[in-house]
Design a protein around this ligand. Sequence first.
Ligand SMILES: C[S@@+](CC[C@H](N)C(=O)[O-])C[C@H]1O[C@@H](n2cnc3c(N)ncnc32)[C@H](O)[C@@H]1O
Length: 208
Amino acid sequence: MTDIFQSSGAPLESPSIPPKTGTANPGMFFRRWLANPLQMGSIVPSSPALCRRIVQQVRPAPDEAVLELGAGTGVISQALLAGGVPADRLILVEIVPDMAAHLRRVLPGVRVIEGDARRLPDLLPPAWIGRIGAVVCGIPLVLLPVAEQRRFIDAIEAVAPGRGFLHYSYCATSPLPAGRLGLAARREAWTPLNFPPASVWRYTPRPH
Ligand SMILES: C[S@@+](CC[C@H](N)C(=O)[O-])C[C@H]1O[C@@H](n2cnc3c(N)ncnc32)[C@H](O)[C@@H]1O
């Protein structure tokens, strides 16, 4: 039987390099949280411990790209680079213009797309559609109605068919109603070393 959680490539290295100075920018993060708490979902960037756990779950094949949705100030992006994802194979999507500008400044060589991840099929360069090996979603989906969650999931499926996505969350249980969304869910990791403590979930489309 095929493992629906199977990944395509070898595990990335566990990044030992600390995030580059200036990537985290907690001041910018907190100001954005004050401006739009539901869109940010957290008052501080993900911790190095959470970034490490996410990176350990990302396994693209050598010719595939990694797509990060809701990159914020870029701490996970930086950890993905430190874990071995080449800059030209990392694609970031961020809806807040100031944050997208910050990402371009601190992560040269990485493709930063400013826009709404629900519009992924229009935003992503056509050459990369179907060549995404892993998707990391940091957008706070738990706070949305199911119909809205489905829009994000459909957008991911349109650009990375069958791949599913990793999603980190501060909930004790699955942040998404996986069955209703046609997904299989698996908690891959948990860390108390984040504010708040966080889990890394893998969601994969259920075979029809
Ligand atoms: C919890 S923060 C995660 C930031 C960063 N990845 C981290 O771990 O520190 C959520 C991010 O998702 C972005 N975001 C929210 N809705 C979005 C959307 N529809 N499209 C793209 N980005 C979005 C927010 O602006 C914010 O930067």
